[in-house]
Design a binder for this molecule. Structure first.
Ligand SMILES: NC(=O)c1ccc[n+]([C@@H]2O[C@H](COP(=O)([O-])OP(=O)(O)OC[C@H]3O[C@@H](n4cnc5c(N)ncnc54)[C@H](OP(=O)(O)O)[C@@H]3O)[C@@H](O)[C@H]2O)c1
Length: 686
């Protein structure tokens, strides 16, 4: 097949593969979605194409209608319907889209959740949590909302097929793939795949549900358009910016350690934003002068990134990091940069210019972007076994053949073939304990325990840290005051001595973490457990066909918020703490749990691992070297869950061992690059 999919070649090849089916495709105006819409139409389906912008949808409709008319369809016009102004980030639009589709054609056979946003393109430590939520809403929650709206009629009619268009970066069965600078996107894509694995048995036997996971596709998203820079260029920008921010951030930390001065005292030299002045000023700390010299020697003279430390955007990120890290007094506002100087404590007298100096444009030059962009392109090609990128049409063609398979369900189809990339196994078992030497490192440690409903686990951890391993203090960060009261009653002596303290977070998790840091100092270890249990709901109706008890679209949003975003909020603060060990805990299941709880717990465990693996990789690039790992309290097989009180006790002990294994001090990269790498980003099942 040539890459030019002409109407007649395609129509001949596709025959009536999807004759008389009705297909709803989100993001159906350009890219993969447009190719899917066109090919489905040419293979006999009636299509509903949804997107936000009307123009491209209208053009595509006109093109497909003309092609269908040329092929002899008398009703060509009625076979292609467009739904403009439809934003997958907006739940009301999803409801309207499903209702319009059903009103128009009476039913939908194929739901193709294709629309996807790129996300914030920030490191987790810098990511605005609202940006995180928007990405998950658009790429993941919308998928469930449309499934929830359209599955009832598919079940009733006895057939239907859902395809979630995920990504190679959503991982594969049992493995997560780290995608630094794109945690929100990667998690949304992992969630799309995990959703398919979780729902297949409930939507079946009537409905098939699968994912496709393209790797990079040779199309506009990759190459860019007049309105949108190419993916290479966008990645290049993120890499260049994060590299510079990381260098400045690390130099400030190195200087504060060497000089024994607070970062707020060193900051004015950076915000004065004059590389040559710092190079020339012998009173400046060595780490800052070395940074200035490196920047001067290695940056493109045509850009202001040679003469200035930071662009305004980067300076804002730096200040936000430092505020979250407890180095600056108040949350930085979004005001003008000059306001920031005013919020700083008085700087060192030796610094001549304390006011912010905006660098002239460009900060990084086009040549720098192009150089970095071409490295990104080479790296991407190097990842592909065939060293060849598929086009949108290639991916769409593979997908519509996949869609015609009547047996496959719960699977992910990799339309770009194999890629080489770093992966982390999601289903690893706890095997072995932390060595006594590592456990001894917990002596005197400050441990934050974030949690509410997993009372027994929290109590057992409190005992292990305080009584068995001599931690200095456990700071319980809970949703309400019920848990501190209960734990206090279990450990009255620790409560009285101040070794067990608490902060009630309510909705304000970030504020509670900040309060904990301000009052008790940064954590050496943070154990993040969810505040709420999994919902006990159905994922499919009973024999009576009643959907009222089935997890609602809003219920799904809440699940994602409580079981995934919750950990992200904790992780953002943990990532600013020097050498902290962060342990994320997924919801527990027992042999008494329902099939639905198992499915949801596995959905959470798989989706969250994408975050854990990504943050693990990002933290290697941050000077704090926070280690992040995940402890999973669920398995796929109910048979493997403990059945007797003794087995349940054993599992609880294994949980504690897994937490100790991941929260005892870990080797730093200087001690052992090898061990430091393998001790992060893992998911350990107990
Ligand atoms: N292209 C790749 O290399 C690649 C690789 C892996 C995975 N994917 C996945 O494949 C899917 C399609 O990607 P693509 O590259 O073909 O997309 P694209 O070229 O960026 O096109 C996106 C389509 O989605 C629509 N869209 C964007 N944001 C939307 C929103 N908030 N609500 C509704 N519609 C929206 C766009 O139209 P409007 O802007 O007018 O709404 C357009 O129709 C995505 O889920 C993406 O994550 C792509």
């Amino acid at each position: 097949m040539t890459r030019d999919q002409t109407t007649s070649t395609l129509a001949r090849r596709l025959g009536g593969l999807h004759a008389d089916k009705v297909a709803l495709i989100t993001g159906g105006s350009v890219g993969i979605g447009a190719s899917l819409g066109r090919m489905l139409a040419l293979s006999g389906a009636r299509v509903i194409l949804a997107a936000r912008t009307p123009g491209p949808l209208e053009q595509l409709r006109d093109r497909i209608v003309a092609e269908l008319a040329a092929l002899g369809y008398a009703d060509a016009d009625a076979r292609v319907v467009i739904e403009p102004n439809c934003d997958v980030g907006n739940p009301a639009d999803m409801e309207r889209l499903a209702a319009n589709a059903l009103a128009r054609f009476g039913h939908v056979d194929y739901l193709i959740n294709n629309a996807g946003v790129v996300g914030t393109e920030d490191m987790v430590i810098d990511m605005p949590i609202d940006g995180w939520r928007q990405c998950l809403q658009a790429n993941l929650n919308s998928n469930y909302a449309l499934i929830r709206a359209l599955a009832p009629q598919m079940k009733r009619r006895g057939a239907g097929h859902v395809i979630n268009v995920s990504s190679y970066f959503g991982g594969e069965k049992y493995v997560a793939i780290a995608y630094p600078n794109r945690a929100d996107y990667a998690v949304s894509k992992a969630g799309q795949r995990a959703m398919v694995e979780a729902l297949a048995r409930f939507l079946g036997p009537e409905i098939q549900i699968n994912a496709v996971a393209p790797g990079p596709v040779d199309g506009d998203r990759l190459r860019g358009t007049a309105e949108r820079p190419s993916m290479f260029q966008r990645r290049a920008r993120v890499i260049l910016e994060n590299r510079r921010l990381g260098e400045v951030y690390a130099a400030l930390y190195a200087a504060t350690r060497a000089e024994g001065l607070p970062i707020s005292d060193l900051l004015p030299a950076i915000l004065a934003n004059d590389v040559r002045a710092v190079m020339a000023d012998e009173r400046q700390p060595g780490a800052l002068r070395a940074l200035a010299e490196r920047i001067w020697a290695s940056s493109d003279p045509a850009g202001s990134s040679r003469t200035h430390f930071l662009s305004e955007r980067l300076a804002r990120k730096l200040l936000r990091r430092l505020t979250h890290g407890g180095h600056l007094p108040a949350q930085v506002t979004d005001g003008a940069m000059t306001d920031f100087s005013a919020t700083l404590p008085a700087g060192r007298a030796s610094v001549a210019h304390e006011a912010w100096r905006s660098p002239p444009e460009p900060f990084f030059t086009q040549a720098e972007y192009e150089r970095e962009g071409s490295k990104v392109g080479e790296r991407i090609l190097g990842m592909l076994h065939l060293r060849r990128l598929p086009t949108n049409d290639d991916v769409a063609l593979a997908t519509i053949y996949h869609l015609a398979d009547p047996y496959v369900s719960g699977e992910t189809f990799h339309t770009t073939g194999g890629l080489r990339f770093e992966r982390a196994v999601t289903e690893g078992e706890l095997f072995g304990k932390a060595s006594p030497q590592r456990l001894a490192g917990l002596r005197g440690a400050t441990v934050y325990l974030v949690g509410e409903h997993m009372g027994e686990h929290l109590a057992r951890l409190t005992g292990a840290f305080l009584d068995e391993h001599g931690a200095g203090r456990v700071v319980l960060i809970s949703e309400s005051d019920a848990t501190p009261t209960r734990l206090g009653a279990t450990f009255p002596a620790h409560l009285a001595s101040g070794r067990l303290v608490s902060v009630v977070a309510s909705e304000e998790l970030e504020a509670a973490l900040e309060q904990a840091r301000a009052t008790y100092g940064p954590a050496d270890a943070i154990i993040s457990t969810p505040f709420r249990p999994l919902p006990t709901v159905r994922l499919a109706p009973g024999p009576d066909g009643d959907w009222s008890e089935v997890l609602s679209a809003e219920g799904f949003v809440t699940l994602v918020e409580q079981q995934i975003t919750h950990h992200v909020r904790v992780a953002q603060r943990a990532a600013t703490m020097e050498r902290a060990r962060l342990v994320l805990v997924t919801p527990p299941t027992t042999h008494r749990s329902s099939e639905e709880e198992f499915a949801l717990a596995n959905f959470v465990k798989t989706t969250l691992h994408s975050f854990t693996a990504t943050l693990g990789a990002e933290c290697e690039r941050l000077c704090h070297y926070t280690a992040v790992n995940q402890v999973d309290l669920t398995r796929r097989a109910r048979d493997e869950e403990p059945r007797t009180p003794a087995e349940e006790h054993e599992e609880l002990e294994r949980f504690v061992e897994a937490v100790l294994l991941t929260s005892a001090p870990l080797p730093s990269p200087e001690e052992s690059r090898y061990r430091a790498r393998i001790y992060r980003g893992n998911a350990i099942t107990v």
